[in-house]
Ligand binder design. Structure first.
Ligand code: AMP
Length: 293
């Protein structure tokens, strides 16, 4: 496994490409099993390159950019045990120049949910992803379904800017009790960790109500919200259509149940992607070539 820090180092990608499709797995480091699942899935599709970069432009002024865990050494240790061809861990100056450079703005899918109360978040995500795509020119890029809106916004960028990259969304990896793995879970005390289970419990209740036949967006949303109140502060509990994130009142087709809440010092998110087929509700995926589980 090679380690690259500079744009010049990425010349090495030319020879990698000869051995098969180049598969990019972008991360901000502080890796856990969820990230490693993305790598495992990627290694089935080609030569995996992982990026580790805590992207300043996607954090709001009151968010945790400066305290975000930076654990490159242990990240490399974890990745070295997997089929990873190389890791690109650039300094900020390799990625950003002046304040006045070009940015990529999200379209309609960036509105509301995680875009609503975090102005500039998805522009920051899209800008850094576009830069990483430009630098590495991958054939395939893998993103976690846990960041569902991010997957959809990136999907729209790739489509609208005609980027010749296949996107894959990988399933959300959970702890055995249902908590979605997140680099931010390490901020939680034991009590807060238990409290954080209200996110996945709320989503399960929403899914259950749909399995019981409820197709009213407002009612499913309320079911989710009732349980999410166990968090310290609810940011949103939403039910949307996939992929356009529309707000149809009668649920049909592919549906995203999405929650965001604060527990102690951590802002946590989680979601379920569900497909309604007649009376059945089944787990689904976001992007054309995603994997269900
Ligand atoms: P991050 O380092 O948090 O920016 O995440 C890097 C990538 O890993 C993103 O595509 C995330 O959606 C994905 N990811 C984060 N947590 C999980 C998880 N629990 N399961 C699957 N993918 C995840």
């Amino acid at each position: 496994m090679k380690l690259w820090h500079t744009r010049d180092d990425l010349q090495a990608l030319q020879s990698l490409r000869k051995d098969g499709p180049l598969v990019l797995v972008p991360t901000m480091g502080a890796l856990h099993e969820g990230h490693l699942d993305l790598v495992r899935l990627g290694s089935e599709l080609g030569q995996v390159v992982v990026t580790v970069f805590v992207n300043p432009t996607q954090f709001g002024p009151n968010e945790d950019f400066s305290s975000y865990p930076r654990t490159l050494e242990s990240d490399l240790e974890l990745l070295s045990k997997l089929p990873v061809s190389g890791v690109f861990a650039p300094a900020t100056k390799e990625i950003y120049g002046s304040d006045l450079e070009v940015t990529v703005q999200p379209g309609n899918r960036g509105m509301g949910l995680c875009g609503g109360d975090r102005p500039g978040h998805f522009a920051g995500v899209l800008t850094v992803v576009a830069k990483l795509f430009g630098l590495t020119q991958p054939d395939v890029a893998i993103f976690g379904r846990k960041d569902a809106q991010q997957c959809l916004v990136i999907g729209q960028m790739v489509e609208d800017l005609k980027m010749p990259i296949q996107l894959v969304d990988a399933p959300t990896r959970r702890e055995t009790d249902g908590l979605a793995m997140s680099s931010r879970n390490r901020y939680l005390s034991a009590d807060q960790r238990r409290q954080a289970l209200c996110l996945s419990r709320a989503l399960s209740a929403g899914k259950q109500s749909m399995e019981n036949g409820c197709r009213s967006r407002a009612e499913v949303q309320q079911t989710i919200l009732d349980i999410l109140q166990d968090a310290d502060q609810v940011e949103y509990a939403e039910v949307r259509q996939v992929p356009d994130l529309g707000k149809n009142e009668i649920l049909a087709g592919k549906i995203l149940l999405a929650v965001a809440a604060r527990v102690g010092p951590a802002r946590l998110i989680d979601n379920f992607v569900l497909q309604i087929n007649d009376k059945q509700v089944t787990d689904s995926y976001l992007l054309g070539t995603g994997r269900k589980s």
